[in-house]
Write a protein that binds this ligand. Structure first.
Ligand SMILES: Cc1cc2nc3c(=O)[nH]c(=O)nc-3n(C[C@H](O)[C@H](O)[C@H](O)COP(=O)(O)OP(=O)(O)OC[C@H]3O[C@@H](n4cnc5c(N)ncnc54)[C@H](O)[C@@H]3O)c2cc1C
Length: 592
């Protein structure tokens, strides 16, 4: 069965050597010294490996069961959830005014990676609650915040997000759920939502559903969508639980992975709901939750690849098959371990260089959010808005690809369930679909984010790459291994942007047919930038006489691999983009 050891040292490297979070002048960061962050990460690592990870397979095998309108979560989930709550893990980066610990988002992200690697399905109960907490925190009235947030911070009550309906997934303008205004200012919500993660379960006293619906008589389409708070149990003035609301679970879905999370059909039958934010501006409020969820899903992608990789390395060192072509490396044994073979190493290096690059990218994204939320840095907000579809789309595609690659290291043993490797691939697969399928992330990136605010944010990104290269050039070996490939890849990305500008106006298909390649290209450039930063940080540490030479040398070697073997993919993506839409759109629908 798989195991999980939290990569505390790698995380510390990103936090302190690369992002240098301690030196950042951001309100609320005073305590972010390496001693402090390592103590938190060590503890989070312990609960992840010892409590959550052993339940991963249990959740996969047992799944959730619906009995008499109640969903039973797998054996042990309830107790583990209690431990999470008691340890304060659900409140880590929440507002102290509502019982949170007020830590930066980047710490929540680091801890989140561990918990998702250990048990993705389990962590979703808390993850969705956090998203709903953020939406209420950003858009709720003082009364709503006081009523719901403290219990959601502690996860005594969990949260959900309800967008999808049977006929309406990506195109939310088609939504049919109705909201009828009542004399007391509340609404009666009626309709059906499907695929609602953590929609019903037995781990919390109440569930706070955030539900999108249309107020009767409002504008047509997406402009008429509003967001409502719909509690499973109504909440009395004194905060105690009142009557059962008109919301029930119709069924739970059988699915490919994340069996430990209940994916529910939710029926709203004149359920009492309370407007969150402004009438008809529901998408704005829901986007607070969705943007956070997209980053969380991007994290799920690489976190599954991370745990799959960790296990594949153990297996590759244990399993004896064949001999190294350059001479036996385990002459006393019947064969050499798999890890001697260049193709196994290629596979493992692909996984390792992606996982560590994606971790740095995600932490950087979280850091941008902290700089905006706590420091009012608008440029940081612009950048993270641009990069969110890249983090979500690129990292979940690659996360799945590398979870499958890790399975491959096991040969046939990766395909059978006994070794637990197929679960990582099955669980990772959903991340490419929910929170806006990846094709739609690419559409968002090219159709909206590139041109946002007159293209200011993408220009800021290119400037950032350019200044990094300028400021750090001068060491021949480093320039050649890191900066030159980064410069070339960034040039490819700019050329693609130029192609869209010159051709997309004439025919939007030319832009959209290349959008998926652009998203991947952008992802590679971001990871290239991260590796250039990590390479530099590792070199600096070695020059400064760091005691753990092997750790930093490994970082440099892994970075060199990414630059040499992964980053050149930008050239292929550019060629595809510049071939335009003609070959993509050539066939009549009837000829497919
Ligand atoms: C396990 C699971 C959990 C989920 N959890 C939740 C949840 O908690 N809350 C919730 O509200 N929803 C949830 N969902 C729903 C999920 O977010 C949707 O499935 C997803 O957004 C896609 O919608 P759809 O399935 O209707 O696909 P469709 O919208 O029908 O799209 C089908 C395909 O067409 C593509 N496509 C659609 N429109 C365009 C376009 N304009 N241009 C290019 N390509 C396009 C999409 O990328 C996709 O590949 C969950 C789904 C699953 C399976």
């Amino acid at each position: 069965m798989p195991s999980y050891t939290a990569p505390v040292k790698d995380m510390q490297f990103v936090l302190h050597d690369v992002l240098k979070v301690t030196e950042q002048d951001i309100p609320g960061y005073d305590e972010l010294e390496a001693d402090f962050t390592s103590a938190i990460l060590e503890e989070a690592g312990k609960i992840s490996s010892e409590v959550l990870q052993p339940l991963n397979v249990v959740g996969d095998k047992e799944g959730c069961v619906l009995e008499n309108g109640v969903v039973r979560t797998p054996t042990g989930f309830k107790e583990a959830f209690e431990q999470m709550k008691e340890g304060g893990w659900t409140a880590l980066d929440c507002d102290p005014e509502y019982g949170g610990q007020g830590m930066p988002y980047i710490m929540g992200t680091a801890v989140g990676e561990m918990m998702v690697s250990a048990n993705m399905a389990f962590n979703m109960y808390q993850g969705l609650t956090h998203g709903a907490y953020s939406a209420i925190h950003a858009h709720g009235t003082d009364e709503q915040k006081a009523k719901y947030l403290p219990k959601m911070v502690s996860c005594e009550w969990t949260g959900t997000m309800n967008l999808t309906e049977p006929h309406c997934g990506t195109d939310l303008g088609l939504m049919r759920t109705k909201a009828a205004p009542q004399d007391d200012g509340s609404y009666k919500i009626s309709g059906q939502k499907i695929f609602i993660s953590a929609g019903e379960h037995d781990m919390a006293d109440n569930i706070i559903h955030l539900v999108l619906g249309k107020i009767e008589g409002g504008p047509e389409g997406i402009k008429g969508v509003s967001l409502f708070i719909v509690p499973k149990f109504l909440v009395n003035e004194d905060g105690s639980l009142g009557a059962r609301n008109g919301v029930s679970v119709g069924s739970i879905e059988e699915k490919m992975g994340i069996h430990g999370n209940s994916t529910c059909v939710m029926n709203y039958d004149e359920a009492t709901g309370y407007l969150l934010g402004t009438e008809h501006k529901g998408m704005r409020a829901m986007f607070t939750m969705m943007n956070e969820a997209r980053l969380g899903v991007g994290l799920q992608g690489y976190a599954q690849a991370a745990v799959a990789y960790e296990n594949a390395v153990i297996y590759a060192n244990d399993r004896l098959q064949g001999r190294a072509v350059t001479g036996a490396e385990n002459p006393d044994g019947p064969a050499d371990p798999l890890i001697v073979h260049p193709d196994i190493r290629r596979n493992l290096m692909d996984q390792k260089s992606f996982v560590e690059g994606a971790r740095a990218f995600t932490f950087w994204g979280a850091h941008l959010i902290d700089r905006h939320v706590r420091g009012g840095d608008e440029a940081a907000d612009g950048l993270i808005s641009l990069l969110t579809p890249v983090i979500k789309g690129f990292q979940t595609d690659k996360g799945f690809e590398y979870a499958v690659a890790a399975q491959q290291v096991y040969g046939g043993h990766g395909y059978i369930e006994e070794w637990g490797m197929s679960q990582f691939a099955r669980d990772a697969r959903i991340a490419m679909i929910y929170e806006g399928a990846n094709g739609v992330q690419a559409l968002d990136l090219v159709g909206r984010k590139l041109a946002q605010d007159g293209g200011k944010h993408v220009m800021a990104f290119f400037d950032l790459v350019k200044s990094f290269i300028k400021e750090n050039a001068g060491n021949e070996a480093y320039d050649k291994a890191f900066l030159e490939p980064l410069k070339a890849a960034s040039k490819d990305l700019q050329a693609a942007g130029m192609y869209f500008m010159q051709n997309g106006m004439k025919n939007p298909n030319h832009a959209l047919a290349g959008s998926y390649d652009f998203m991947h290209m952008f992802g590679h450039v971001c990871l290239g930038l991260m590796w250039a930063k990590m390479g530099k940080a590792a070199m600096d540490a070695l020059e400064g006489g760091a005691s753990d030479k092997a750790f930093y040398e490994t970082k440099i070697a892994t970075g060199k691999y990414y630059m040499a073997r992964q980053l050149p993919a930008t050239g292929m993506h550019l060629a595809r983009i510049e071939s335009g839409a003609d070959t993509v759109m050539a066939l009549d629908a009837a000829n497919f």
